[in-house]
Structure formats: C-alpha cells, structure tokens
Design a protein around this ligand. Structure first.
Ligand code: HEM
Length: 494
C-alpha cells in the first residue's frame, strides 16, 4: 500500500508534528463580534498559523542547530487556533456544524460526569469556573522558547499581540501557561513523557529496518485519517496495516482539520511521592520500582517490559529501543501490571488472547483507539521547604491530544480502559482464577475506591499476591475543552 500524500500546508502544525514548545500559552476566548473576528482571522492571522509543513521544516532546523552544539532552543514561535462547537456555530452558522462528533457537539462540560470527573450536585464539573459555566468559543495556542528570568515569555508577548489584533471582537475568558520543566521532557511526577506517540503514514520516517509498518522500532504507523479528516483511517476490524475508510466528513470545510481535547490536570506531586514511600515500605519494595510499575516505565523512560526490576537510563533515553516491546508475552503481569498507565492507555497486542471481547482483529481494534498527545506541564517545581507532603502550589499537565473521533479515541481510552477495573479483560492468574486489573493509577478515576492489581513484580517467577489501594487520585482535572482545529483554507474562508 502506498502512503497517502498529506496536504501539509493545510494541516495545523500541532496536530501531527507538534509545535516547538518550552512555553505554551493557551488563550480561551469568546467571540463578541463574528464579522470582525472573521476579518482579522482571514487578513491578519491565518498566514501566521504554523502548518505541518512549517513544523516539519522547523524540526530539521532544530536538529541541525543541536548538531552544531547549541544548547539553547531556536527562538521559534508557533501559532495554532481551534474552536468549540458554540464557536463554530457563531462563525459559520448552525447549519454548517451539524453531524459532528457527538461529544464535541455536547461540549466537554457535558461529558465530565461520564468521564468520572468530580462534579457538583447538579452534575456540573468542579473545574475552574470559566470552563464549567462560561461559554468558550475558541482557543489560541502560542508556543515559544523559554522566558528569561523576570521577563514575560516570548509566547506570552505574542499571544497578547494577537489578542490585541482582535480588539473588541473577542473577550478573553481564561489564559493558561504551560512550561517545560528544568528536567526537560519529564512530567511533574518525574517520568519522561512524550516517548510513545503513533507514527503517521506519509509523515513519519521509517527507521526500523526490520518492520516497514513502523517508524522507530515499536512505533506502529497509522493511517492519517485517525488524526486528520480527509484521509484513510483505521479499521477496527482489520489488521492496522490495511487502510480503513475515511472518517465521515459531514461538511467539506472539515477536511484537513482535527479535534483537539484539552484537559488541565492538576498533579498532587508531594502526595504521590509520599504514597510511593509509604506503600513501598508496606509492601517491602522500592518506591522507584513501585512508581515504575504504576506507570509502566521508569522515570528515565525505560519500559518495565524490558527492564522489569531495575532502571536502565540508557534504554530510557534511546528512541531506537525504548518503545520496542509488546505486552502479550507477559501473561502473568510479571514485567508490567495490566493496570499500568501505559498498558491501560495503549494495550499494544494485549487483547490477542482468543475470544477476548469477540474482536475481529484485536490489534486493529486497539489501533483504532489511539491519540496524538501534544501536552506540556504547568506550574512551578515542588518547594521542598513548604510542600514536603502536601501540595501548596498548583502544578500538573496541560494535556492536549488530537483525533478524528473524541468518542472513539480520547473518551474511549479514559472511560473504557483507564477508568474500567476489568480492562484488559479475560486475564487469568497462572494458577487459575480471573484477574481484575484495577484502575490506571495515574488517570483512572471512578466513584469508588481505586485499586491496581500486582504492584509487586514476581519476576521472573514467584506468586506473592499484592494489591495497591489508592485512596485519593493523584491527578485531578481542573478544566477541559473540546475544540476543532480547521485547515488553513477553512480558516481563510470562514
Ligand atoms: C504515556 C504520564 C494523562 C494517555 C504516558 C507516559 C507518562 C504519562 C509518563 C509514558 C511516556 C510516553 O509513552 O510518552 C501522564 C500523566 C498524566 C497523563 C502524569 C496526567 C497528569 C494522560 C491522559 C491520557 C493519557 C489523560 C488519555 C486519556 C497516554 C497514552 C500514552 C501515555 C496513550 C502512551 C502509551 C504508549 O503508547 O505506550 N503518560 N499521562 N495520559 N499516556 Fe499519559
């Protein structure tokens, strides 16, 4: 099968490639004057939107710059824009916004209870008020290099300049800033993030000589329709290598666009580490190993599938090796718990067991539920003096992911996998008896108590049964929004 040709100049740059971001400002706005908004968008902003082709060119530029030995990032500014369903209706009229993804049309707040986000007595999410009760029409993403100490960041300055262009056509409802941590690439619990994203046919270079269907070893190449409208997608009933039908396009203007899920997720970092210390002591294990089993990777990024008992920082840092594993061989969760964050959110070949869910093609099914993650941490480092065991200052992850179906991709992972104690299904203990894998310890949330099965490895053999009780979630959603990121042509002709 030939790779599809992607219209790289049409697709916004954060969707597949990602904007270069040491700092990223998210401006959430309401449109007050649609006519003026459309004019400014068309005449002043669209030409400055970072596309996939410019994001790819920048990637090469950054690599060359690094090779020359520069330690600082290039001062590149990336700009993208997206709209909620209410925002699109304001700009295009209701008739052009029918038949879109049902969760997108309902809006993120309406979906909060179904995702088990904390809600009040009326079922409204307990988020930052602007997200829970106000109508947000759009989000402007501005990414840039890190700020100098005491100065506003370049992304912040640029975001303010763009907001000024729109003048009284918009009202800013909320503004959020993501900042890369000093421990580059690591999220606030300390783990290397952004290791495993799907590859995309037509964009991702194939660097695994042994497998033409992969980018780096272990990175399966998906059809672009999984993330962008107007291309072949993934068929859940067929091997993932085969192209599936294009996702349904209710309106031509949606071609080359993508849905973006934004979630502001607070991380209770001192509580997480205090929990690891206390539980590791109670179980007679090491806090770093317990943390690695909860995530499925050591803080270095090394997967527990390949380094089950001890960290291997060289493995963690090596893109040619740190993704090269599957789960089906690990039948008794000796290497990686079924409930580990990465096994829940991307079970790879774990559903291969005969009869599981009665799936026509277990791997095709898994690949039809993938997302492209492009988030960034927010908030300050933990202050050891004042936050030894309890969070004082907010910090966490500005989680961002892209897909062509919010229902089948982001929401499916959160609801049907991370929040579902029985997933992955039909797992048996070596001596017999069914396993309840439990919740994803990082993002699994449910009304009742949270548990994860087998925090102790039992590797290579052993039969010490253990269960991890996780009373309070370590990740707390504090805002969310569902957006559509249109193509450049759609932005120009809105
Ligand atoms: C992978 C942390 C929220 C889906 C990872 C990894 C870490 C991590 C450390 C491993 C690195 C990598 O493979 O890139 C976190 C933290 C979160 C969070 C701290 C919240 C504060 C979420 C959410 C989702 C999600 C909300 C989706 C519902 C995934 C997926 C992977 C992943 C799909 C890749 C698994 C793989 O391909 O092997 N996350 N995550 N994460 N996470 Fe999260």
């Amino acid at each position: 099968q030939k790779d599809p040709h992607l219209r790289e100049c049409e697709i916004q740059g954060d969707i597949i490639v990602g904007l270069q971001k040491d700092e990223e400002v998210f401006v959430f706005f309401k449109i007050l004057d649609a006519r003026k908004f459309r004019k400014v968008l068309r005449e002043r902003l669209t030409d400055r939107i970072t596309t996939t082709s410019s994001a790819l060119a920048r990637e090469l530029q950054v690599k060359a710059y690094k090779r020359e030995g520069h330690r600082h990032r290039l001062p590149l500014i990336g700009i993208n824009i997206g709209f909620t369903h209410a925002g699109l209706e304001t700009l295009l009229g209701a008739a052009k916004c029918t038949g879109m993804d049902p969760s997108f049309m309902a809006g993120a707040a309406a979906q909060a209870a179904a995702l088990s986000d904390p809600v009040d007595a009326n079922g409204n999410p307990v988020w930052k008020p602007a997200f829970a009760s106000d109508t947000i029409h759009g989000v402007l993403l501005v990414a840039g290099p890190a700020r100098e100490v005491g100065q506003p960041g370049p992304a912040e300055t640029e975001a303010s300049a763009i907001v000024a262009l729109f003048g009284n056509a918009v009202a800013v409802v909320d503004r959020e800033t993501g900042i890369t941590r000093p421990q580059r690439g690591h999220e606030h619990f300390g783990f290397l993030d952004g290791i495993s994203n799907p590859g995309v046919r037509g964009i991702t270079p194939r660097t695994n000589p042994e497998n033409p269907n992969q980018g780096v070893p272990g990175q399966d190449l998906l059809w672009p329709g999984a993330f962008v409208f107007g291309y072949p997608g993934q068929d859940p009933d067929k091997p993932f290598e085969e192209p599936g039908p294009e996702p349904h396009l209710p309106h031509p203007w949606m071609r080359d666009g993508s849905y973006m899920v934004f979630r502001r997720l607070n991380q209770r970092v001192p509580e997480f580490h205090a929990f690891l210390d206390a539980q590791a002591a109670a179980l007679g294990t090491d806090p770093a190993l317990l943390g690695a089993r909860m995530v499925g990777r050591w803080q270095s990024g090394a997967p527990v599938m390949l380094a089950p008992l001890q960290d291997d920082p060289l493995l963690g840092a090596d893109p040619a090796r740190n993704n090269a594993f599957e789960f089906s061989q690990d039948k008794a969760q000796r290497r990686c718990p079924y409930g580990a964050h990465i096994r829940k959110t991307y079970p790879r070949d774990d559903l291969k067991d005969p009869g599981t869910l009665g799936l026509k093609d277990p791997e095709g099914f898994v690949q039809a539920h993938r997302i492209m993650r492009q988030g960034i941490p927010f908030g300050p480092e933990v202050d050891e003096a004042t936050e030894e065991t309890t969070t004082v200052q907010e910090r966490g992850l500005m989680f961002v992911c892209y897909q062509t179906s919010i229902v089948e991709q982001f929401e499916f992972i959160q609801k049907d996998w991370s929040n579902a104690p029985s997933f992955p299904p039909a797992k048996m203990r070596p001596g017999g008896g069914a396993v309840t894998p439990g919740h994803d310890p990082i993002i699994g949330q449910a009304g009742g108590p949270r548990q994860m099965d087998e925090p102790l490895p039992n590797y290579p053999t052993g039969s010490v049964r253990s269960t991890l009780d996780m009373p309070e979630p370590f990740v707390v959603p504090t805002a969310a929004g569902y957006f559509f990121m249109p193509s450049l042509t759609a932005l120009k002709t809105m």
